[in-house]
Design a protein around this ligand. Structure first.
Ligand code: HEC
Ligand code: HEC
Length: 301
């Protein structure tokens, strides 16, 4: 802010305060001219008494006025004058963060030193993990972590990028990008239909159209590199298992064809820069626990 605008705001503020003080003092009267004296104003028969302002009212105005002057000296408010106390939003936030760190730091540290399997069993840690999940992850994976179209379910035992605590930590800290190229230009329409028929057969389903044998040939040539020779997927690419009935993009032949034709590009953002390792530790334990604690145990929490 240039000095001119700062000075401009200071002048306006001071003039307004002085104006208020003037209005208050210039209209002040302390002596009543008799109990029934009116101002002479008459609004449809309703008249106005001419009494002084009650003293407490007058003095609370004066106090407020003095308070505002004190405030403007102590805190920022007059243009770019910073106030004698040196208060800023930033240092207030820093103080609050430091207080939170002092209060919660030891709890985070205690869990950070425990192995994931143990943290996942701890009710308080699970609750903290659940809150972190609700704040950071639920907009994509759902409040119940069951995912939706394009967003993986984290409560089943099917993993794109691996199920071990270390792999989950890697996923959350550094993010993941699932990339599948589109194959229409390579395989042509018939090729897409055939390979879709073969993919459906992998999970024991019947294909309404297409030649499974031709599809199998195409699969071995172009798909097996990522999805594996048996279609069981590969965590090196984040390529899904195609032999189960869990689908990231819908299980209908039309959706599968859509994926094969145009490919997919799916991003799990990295959280390593925004969440401290101790928080990620709690999240890893929470996510790991969603599918690894036995059902009875999770239900009772
Ligand atoms: C902007 C949306 C988005 C947010 C926010 C998000 N995720 Fe994800 N996450 C994804 C997507 C999309 C994938 C799948 C990536 C792929 O297809 O390879 C994914 C994948 C994952 C996986 C791997 C699943 C597997 O099968 O291997 C885990 C674990 C995970 N997310 C946990 C989290 C956690 C914990 C958070 C919160 C800290 C979070 N995600 C926040 C979109 C998101
Ligand atoms: C470069 C590695 C790669 C190749 C080659 C590849 N895919 Fe994929 N495929 C992936 C990845 C990674 C995903 C998951 C994309 C995501 O995370 O959004 C995927 C997803 C899919 C899906 C969606 C699965 C679901 O759960 O919804 C189908 C179906 C599929 N691929 C079939 C094929 C077929 C058929 C071929 C061969 C024509 C093929 N893929 C070739 C990497 C590959």
């Amino acid at each position: 802010m240039s000095n001119f605008w700062s000075a401009w705001i200071i002048v306006l503020t001071v003039l307004t305060l002085a104006g208020n003080a003037w209005v208050l003092l210039a209209n002040r009267k302390t002596v009543s001219r008799g109990p029934d004296t009116t101002t002479g104003h008459n609004y449809d028969g309703i008249e106005e008494y001419d009494n002084p302002l009650p003293a407490w009212w007058f003095w609370s105005f004066v106090l407020l006025f003095l308070f505002s002057i004190g405030y403007l000296i102590a805190y920022p408010g007059l243009g770019s004058f910073k106030g004698l106390l040196g208060w800023t939003q930033v240092n207030q936030l820093e103080k609050e963060l430091a207080a939170a760190q002092e209060r919660y730091g030891p709890i985070f540290d205690r869990y950070a030193a425990m192995p994931i399997e143990e943290v996942a069993q701890d009710p308080q840690a699970r609750q903290m993990g659940q809150r972190l999940f609700a704040n950071n992850c639920s907009q994509c994976h759902g409040v119940d972590a069951r995912g939706s179209f394009g967003f993986p379910n984290l409560t089943d035992n099917d993993w794109l990028w691996g199920s071990s605590p270390e792999q989950i930590r890697q996923t959350i800290t550094h993010g993941r990008q699932g990339v599948m190229p589109g194959w229409e230009s390579v395989l042509g329409n018939k090729g897409v239909v055939d390979v879709t028929a073969y993919v459906l057969s992998l999970s024991g389903r019947e294909a309404p159209a297409g030649d499974i044998n031709a599809g199998e040939q195409a699969y071995k040539t172009v798909c097996a590199t990522c999805h594996g020779p048996e279609g069981k997927g590969d965590i090196a690419f984040g390529a899904p298992n195609l032999t189960d009935d869990i689908w990231l993009y819908g299980s209908s032949p039309a959706w599968i064809q859509q994926t094969v034709r145009y490919g997919r590009n799916n991003v799990m953002p990295a959280f390593g820069e925004n969440l401290e390792p101790a928080k990620i530790h709690l999240l890893v334990a929470y996510v790991w626990g969603l599918s690894n604690l036995d059902a009875k145990e999770t239900a009772s929490r």
